[in-house]
Design a protein around this ligand. Sequence first.
Ligand code: HEM
Length: 250
Amino acid sequence: MQVSSAYRSAFAWSVGGSQVLGLTSVVLTGVWMGHYRGGFGWDGSEREFNLHPLCMVLGLVFLQGDAILVYRVFHQEPKKNVKMLHGIIHLLALIVSIVGMVAVFDYHRAAKYPNMYSLHSWCGLATVILFALQWVMGLSFFLFPVASSRLRATYLPVHAFCGLLLLAMAVGTSLLGITEKLLFSIMSTYSKFPPEGVLANVLGVLLVCFGVLLFYLITNEEYRRPPNPEEESLAVHFKTLTEEGSPSEP
Ligand code: HEM
């Protein structure tokens, strides 16, 4: 299907808008933790905790969102390259998220706080575990295909659905974390609209807008990658080889 020019410009504006929202969210998290909460460090103090929100918003929200978006943005590139980019950005997201998780657990250990008592921490751990699982499954099914083409075709919609679900879980978990942090640190003044509280609330709204815009870009049929006859014929060839055995096999 030919994408009309109105759709193309709506697409460009939406992609640009998503990047502005995502980057502003990362910067606001940095300003919140850097300016209002004492900055960053790796010494078991509050400064180590401060790396947690920054890494989670950068890794599990912004980078994860962009890793999904590459399939819509790089329409014209060979699918193999786009898959590789998708995998690399996801790997970066995974590494940054692991740093953020180690920071919060290490901070809790140093301060002798209990672990995993809050709704935020339960949702957060579930999100990170599912994210790691999705990465390993994606790698083995699509980047280094170990499964038959029929199994891959069956798993693809599940993989795509789980990708969007994980993004929604990451945004939801971040909202819980933002509220919890505000209640821990400025409970007595929160209702008086202090700048820190307003900044953190704005951060939450931007994260939701980023998630909604990504959902729109990913689920809109008009923005899907058009089928490429050359890739299709290669896929059929590959399917024949994997499902019926190579010509040299008995
Ligand atoms: C998708 C993003 C996030 C995930 C997966 C996540 C995950 C987690 C986990 C698993 C813990 C428990 C650590 C422990 O028990 O030792 C935790 C703690 C915490 N996180 Fe997050 N987090 C995320 C984003 C955020 C954000 C954006 C904030 C905002 C400031 C935040 C604030 C907190 C706070 C205050 C704690 C300590 C209290 C508690 O254990 O609930 N988190 N997070």
